[in-house]
Design a protein around this ligand. Structure first.
Ligand SMILES: O=C(O)CCC(=O)C(=O)O
Ligand SMILES: [Fe+2]
Length: 390
């Protein structure tokens, strides 16, 4: 039998070829296309509600317990709680990460993606062989599946001892130092935000509950995984998506970007395009936190649009519990006779497998309308896990 070994086509190569019509596998189904468009056009809708901006500076730098207690009544707890409940997403200001470190991170990722494609292929991943880390493009998961208009780089960022620095780009020279330092700082911000969101659920004095639950009382560390999404210019943005609608499986996801619009979040029955709020970091509530909060915090449904004019790059840090050691379940204090547990206990890995299984089952069935799928995802926390199925 003849075997055809093909390198996966990179979306960047397609975009650079100057084609005027995108290949059919990138064209989304008609009902999903109804509200797609050029991200720059959609970002001009100034009637859209604004994703909340929350200043978390009262919680940083992380202080000893006593100081933390005094600060815990801060109004930032209520602002973060409301944003996590109503939106499942917020822009955080006052995170304490220096602007020049964020610029270094962006410059390093941009310099990697500025390499010619053949140079980036040295870092190619191979999901079929179980090698998820590296440079990749998402392949259709079934014969009728659509592809997404993006390439990416994915690797574990923290804890440092688990990170395989040999897989991190050697070019530009600052990539490893800048990315590692950013990971260290995001780890601190994750603790602060978990403390704030814990207090928002359980009241002052209970700021440690979420992180304890996610790390087996500190025996394991949280994991941070970095995915740099590279969305090339697209000649027909009204037909394609960069990342299809999904919720993240993480506890929290942190997003930086290069200022080009594209992220949309589902809020009150409509898609809202995230605005550029300079200096802030976007934070998503993911499935793991929705489960621990027994549904009080919302794992936000979101997607990435593309545009004709400018390459969009985003840096997403998924903050996750260890895959097997922690049982994700609603915090016992949040389960009452009035409010029974809405989620069955599961490890992070089991959650991931279940979500993938559901997605594959959906793909085997004749497709329901995409709107129905989204509604279903809204309520059951289903959707797509991005960074490990690629
Ligand atoms: O590019 C973005 O802003 C979001 C990407 C995303 O949702 C993901 O990688 O999970
Ligand atoms: Fe996502």
């Amino acid at each position: 039998m003849e075997s055809t070994l093909q390198l996966p086509a990179r979306v960047e190569a397609l975009s650079l070829s100057g084609l005027s019509a995108i290949p059919p596998e990138y064209v989304r189904p008609a009902d999903e296309r109804a509200d797609l468009g050029d991200a720059f056009d959609l970002a001009r809708d100034h009637t859209a509600p604004r994703i909340p901006v929350v200043d978390i500076s009262p919680f940083l730098p992380l202080a000893d317990d006593d100081k933390q207690q005094q600060r815990i009544n801060s109004e930032c707890v209520e602002a973060a709680r409301a944003a996590a409940a109503d939106w499942g997403v917020m822009h955080i200001a006052g995170h304490g990460i220096p602007a020049d470190l964020m610029d270094r991170l962006r410059a390093a990722g941009a310099a990697f993606f500025a390499l010619p494609i053949h140079a980036k292929e040295a870092y190619a991943n191979d999901p079929a062989a179980g090698r998820l880390q590296g440079y990749g493009s998402r392949l259709a998961t079934n014969a009728s599946g659509q592809r997404e208009w993006e390439d990416y780089l994915f690797h574990l960022l923290h804890p440092d001892a688990l990170a395989d620095h040999a897989l991190w780009p050697a070019h530009p020279p600052d990539y490893v130092a800048a990315t590692r330092e950013f990971g260290r700082r995001i780890r601190e911000v994750a603790s602060a935000l978990l403390a704030i969101l814990s207090a928002g659920l359980l009241g002052p004095g209970r700021g440690d509950a979420l992180e304890k639950e996610l790390t087996r009382a500190g025996d394991d560390d949280l994991r941070l995984q970095l995915k740099i999404n590279y969305y090339p210019r697209c000649p027909q943005p009204e037909l394609a998506v960069g990342v299809e609608a999904h919720t993240d499986v993480s506890a929290l996801s942190f997003i930086l970007h290069n200022g080009v619009p594209g992220l949309q979040v589902r809020h009150a029955g409509r898609w809202v395009t995230a605005r550029d709020e300079p200096g802030t970091i976007i934070v998503h509530v993911g499935d793991a936190l929705e489960i621990l909060s027994n549904g009080r915090y919302t794992s936000v449904l979101h997607r990435g649009l593309v545009n004709r004019e400018a390459v969009r790059v985003s840096w997403v840090v998924f903050c996750e519990p260890p895959p097997d050691a922690v049982l994700l379940r609603p915090l016992p204090d949040l389960v009452t006779t009035d409010q029974p547990a809405r989620f069955t206990p599961r490890t992070f890995k089991q959650h991931l497998d279940r979500k993938l299984f559901k997605k594959h089952q959906r793909q085997l069935l004749p497709p329901p309308s995409h709107n129905e799928q989204h509604q279903q995802e809204d309520t059951d926390g289903g959707g797509h896990h991005r960074h490990q199925i690629n």
